[in-house]
Design a binder for this molecule. Structure first.
Ligand SMILES: [Ca+2]
Ligand SMILES: [Ca+2]
Length: 267
């Protein structure tokens, strides 16, 4: 009787494992990104993204930008955004998509996602050229990609010109723009995160790092970016890998039982 509560806990854990297995099959999710901006217009640095539980919140409208979003907005690297996401949500599936996405270009990374544990999509990418402009979701629960049954709930996320943010961390200055300007000229803006696409026209005529002459061409209702989701089952070898890791856990439970002097249950 001494071990009974623990045995019950183990049984509950095993049931949870088996019970969620029926609906929480991991999925292969292809995240297709498209730059919809006018030709010669705004490009986007690699998209930093994650499927999570909806708790990692990188910035707030009207709030001062913190290191995670500045690391996206002022150069696109996301060197603070990714670790902050990982710290907030250790179980999230995170990724970074390709290189610089020019107007008209597309990219389609695929990641494995548990749709029940990580139903929400969070993203951030720098707008180029700019000093500190980016796209991203303010609310971490704004985009629920999977419903409670693990089915795809939305097919895509569309970003318009009016969705482009100014991090408020670096003063607008084409001479100091990321990748083409002089970093020594960068000045702290000491402002807050705000919507701002109109200022991109201030870069018109700039020869970009990609070699074209920039023309914003954006109006308030211009589409600039689309993120689309498609799902597929996990391929067989990965399925076996998941089963194997599951068996490892069951094996660990069995060892616990034996070390506790409990009889291995017949199956
Ligand atoms: Ca927020
Ligand atoms: Ca700014």
């Amino acid at each position: 009787m001494k071990f009974r509560p623990q045995t019950l806990a183990l049984a509950a854990a095993a049931t949870l494992l088996l019970g969620t297995g029926a609906h929480a099959q991991p999925l292969m999710v292809t995240v297709t990104v498209q730059n919809l901006a006018p030709a010669q217009g705004v490009a986007f640095a690699p998209l930093h993204f994650g499927f999570g539980n909806g708790t990692f919140d990188a910035f707030n409208l009207g709030g001062g930008a913190t290191a995670p979003i500045i690391s996206v907005a002022e150069g696109g690297s996301g060197t603070d955004w990714q670790p902050a996401f990982a710290a907030a949500e250790p179980g999230a599936t995170r990724g970074t998509e390709g290189g610089l996405l020019l107007a008209g270009a597309t990219n389609s990374p695929t990641v494995m996602v548990d749709p029940l544990l990580n139903p929400f999509f969070t993203f951030a990418a720098m707008a180029v050229p700019s000093n500190d402009f980016f796209i991203g979701n303010d609310s971490p629960t704004r985009y629920r990609v999977f419903d409670a049954n693990g089915n795809l709930a939305i097919n895509s996320i569309l970003q318009r010109a009016t969705d482009i943010w100014d991090a408020g961390s670096e003063v607008f200055d084409p001479a100091a723009a990321a990748f083409v300007g002089n970093n020594d000229l960068r000045r702290q803006q000491n402002s807050v995160v705000a919507f701002n696409f109109a200022e991109l026209a201030g870069f018109n005529g700039l020869t970009t790092g990609a070699g074209y002459t920039f023309t914003s061409g954006l109006t308030a209702d211009s589409d600039v970016y689309r993120i689309s989701f498609s799902i597929a089952p996990v391929p067989e070898p990965s399925t076996y890998a998941m089963m194997f890791s599951g068996l490892m856990l069951v094996g660990w439970l069995a060892r616990r039982r034996r070390s506790d002097g409990q009889q291995h249950p017949a199956r």
